[in-house]
Design a protein around this ligand. Structure first.
Ligand SMILES: [Mg+2]
Length: 413
């Protein structure tokens, strides 16, 4: 692989203690935070699900096959399932959100255990994450499990981190670093996770229609203050760049067509490509949540991951209510994504009190593996019945707490 990537471990001591900055964001009275928290969670899933069949494809091949990809399509590849099926990007974001909601804090040890539990059935798992989970399997601690990789596997799942620490940017930087190193023990992977989480936090605090891109860029710079951001070689062009420089590049190209921006950044699995690409998809389409995601996905290459990150940004800014019904209605685990958004908003004292006596989140998304058998939510069973040719291929995400409920409800797939 030609970007900085290895499945070997690296020392995390310098990565997990970002310097304090005193940087804070403040809440606004003019914002429907619950809609925006839902939007960041559900947007991750929409971009992931829409981009899933196009992963690894050249944009011209996407055009040949689907014209312009605007609707979910079922696909019988390695992440098979009916339209609206999610992949690792959202599954791992769900792990983070569930961990924060269920433990009441950000606990990297608990999160590492969730990644480890997910690993046998994860859909589209990346090589650094695979190697990290293998180390966890063999008893490594969370700060010794990560691979020395600048892949996008840590940034792609970072939206819930911005919702878990929406005010105190020192806390956001710390939990982003801790979350990243579990799988990606690399300074650029950490910095990109911070930027992704920060951008989500910035956008949830921004009234739709009032975004100032210069303020956003200033905030991104502040979020990177004092963090290692080494210069790395570009894959598609001669020369080297840093994450900060690449993000500045895409802000400077804000008035250009996205394909011209992608020609500079590329939109592959190297996080110096895919995170700036996702930010670019957002800033050239700030008026349209739908446009952000379709443009991100139709650029191909790491389409599901660029789509997931761009979708999180679109949702954090415009809110869940801005997404069309055809996307929210057919999205796998949408109730769980909405429920976790609600719970994170409540936890941040930005959303109304929830009646949690019967834990609505776990009722709604709990695809699990129990003793080798796969279990799935009823809503997804019904969706899959429309695609009988691929139903036997469906792969599921484990959720131990949900297993009992599903077993009791006799929803075996
Ligand atoms: Mg994926």
């Amino acid at each position: 692989m030609s970007y900085r990537h290895t499945d070997r471990t690296a020392d995390t001591a310098d990565l997990i203690a970002p310097p304090e900055t005193g940087f804070r964001l403040e809440p606004s009275n003019d914002i429907d935070y619950r809609d925006k928290f839902r939007g960041a969670m559900v947007g991750t899933g929409i971009g992931d699900a829409l981009g899933r069949p196009a992963e690894g494809m050249h944009p011209l091949s996407i055009r040949d096959q689907w014209g312009y990809l605007e609707d979910y399509v079922p696909w019988d590849g390695w992440t098979s399932g009916p339209k609206g099926t999610l992949t690792d990007d959202t599954e791992l974001a769900l792990c983070i959100a569930q961990s924060v909601v269920e433990t009441g804090e950000f606990d990297p040890k608990d999160l590492a255990e969730r990644f480890h539990a997910w690993y046998p059935v994860g859909r589209g798992i990346g090589s650094a994450t695979w190697a990290a989970c293998d180390r966890l399997e063999r008893g490594a601690t969370w700060f010794h499990s990560g691979s020395a990789s600048a892949g996008n596997g840590a940034a792609m799942r970072a939206a819930p981190l911005g919702l878990a620490a929406p005010f105190d940017m020192d806390e956001l930087r710390r939990i982003s670093a801790w979350s990243a190193v579990i799988t990606h023990a690399d300074p650029t992977a950490v910095a990109s996770t911070v930027v992704m989480a920060y951008t989500v936090a910035h956008l949830v605090h921004t009234v739709p229609g009032s975004l100032d891109l210069d303020e956003l860029l200033t905030g991104v710079d502040r979020s990177l203050e004092g963090l290692a951001d080494p210069e790395l070689p570009s894959r598609r062009r001669p020369g080297s760049t840093t994450l900060r420089q690449r993000i500045h590049d895409v802000f400077e190209m804000r008035d250009q067509p996205l394909e011209d921006v992608f020609a500079v950044t590329h939109n592959g699995a190297f996080v110096l490509e895919s995170l700036p690409a996702a930010i670019a998809a957002f800033i050239v389409n700030t008026e349209s949540a739908e446009g952000v995601i379709t443009e991100a996905v139709n650029g191909g290459f790491d389409a599901d991951t660029v789509g997931a990150m761009a979708g999180a940004l679109a949702g954090a800014y415009h809110g869940y209510s801005a997404f069309p019904d055809r996307w929210t209605g057919d999205l796998e685990f949408v109730s769980g994504l909405v429920g976790l958004g609600d719970e994170l908003a409540y936890r941040a004292e930005l959303g109304p009190s929830l009646e949690l006596s019967s834990d609505p989140v776990l009722d709604e998304y709990a695809p699990v593996t129990i003793e080798g058998e796969r279990w799935i939510t009823q809503a997804h069973v019904e969706a899959a019945e429309h695609a009988p040719e691929i139903r036997h291929e469906i792969r599921l995400q484990p959720h131990p707490q949900g297993a009992t409920r599903l077993a009791t409800a006799d929803r075996r797939w």
